[in-house]
Design a protein around this ligand. Structure first.
Ligand code: SAM
Length: 201
């Protein structure tokens, strides 16, 4: 039982818990109002301050909202384990220090809830960001995407994500999606899991 009355984002958070460990480096590719950033911080933060969340968004409002949520939710010391960047997620490789073991890259696509609905993620930059995430993820890591199909461009974006996932090597990746069949406009959760050890046929 995973779905029940849970939202796709809550299901994603449950799955992250099985993948991410204290001290990991993770990426929130779409900070928005910061709920995913906060969930990730709780998974990686440890006493030694080793774990880190790199968050990004193209809207200043979103980064401010994320920063405020962290201020309200965690002690200042813990907040230091998050760094926020005002850049497009297609540039994520530029901000994560080299040799950081990135175990999770999470996308929550679409528009900023409470913000301008016309500013959304778009297929082309999402595809570029997926290419970047693929390069920096460690074996055993996960790319998690919540894709909203009910707004203009959303269905096309899901097709882009699925085309990317379908093209990944079966030896190194396990790619799947959770979709509510009797609610066609419900968000779709796509999970791209990089195998610990590549399997040869
Ligand atoms: N994860 C968020 C949360 O927990 O509240 C919700 C994310 S919201 C659905 C999508 C966000 O993606 C918006 O804030 C939007 O500004 C951002 N976004 C759109 N295009 C982007 C891009 N190219 N790079 C990074 N963020 C982008």
């Amino acid at each position: 039982y995973v779905f029940g009355k849970k939202k796709a984002t809550e299901v994603a958070h449950l799955i992250w818990k099985h993948v991410v460990r204290n001290g990991d480096t993770v990426i929130d590719a779409t900070c928005g109002n910061g709920y995913d950033t906060l969930a990730m911080l709780k998974l990686v933060a440890d006493e030694s301050g080793r774990g880190h969340v790199y968050g990004m968004d193209i809207q200043r409002d979103a980064l401010e909202s994320t920063s405020s949520l962290l201020d309200e939710s965690v002690p200042l010391k813990e907040k230091e384990s998050v760094t926020l960047f005002s850049i497009c997620h297609s540039r994520m490789e530029e901000i994560v220090p080299e040799n950081s073991p990135v175990r999770l890259v999470a996308f929550n696509l679409g528009y900023l809830p409470g913000g301008d609905k016309k500013i959304t993620t778009i297929s082309e930059t999402t595809r570029l960001a997926l290419e970047a995430a693929k390069k920096i993820l460690i074996p055993g890591g996960l790319i998690s995407l919540v894709v909203y199909v009910g707004h203009p461009g959303g269905m096309e974006e899901l097709e882009t994500v699925e085309a990317f996932a379908s093209g990944l090597s079966v030896d190194s990746w396990i790619c799947c999606k959770f979709q509510i069949l009797n609610r066609p406009l419900a968000p779709v959760l796509v999970l791209l899991s990089k195998r610990e050890i590549a399997e040869t046929q």
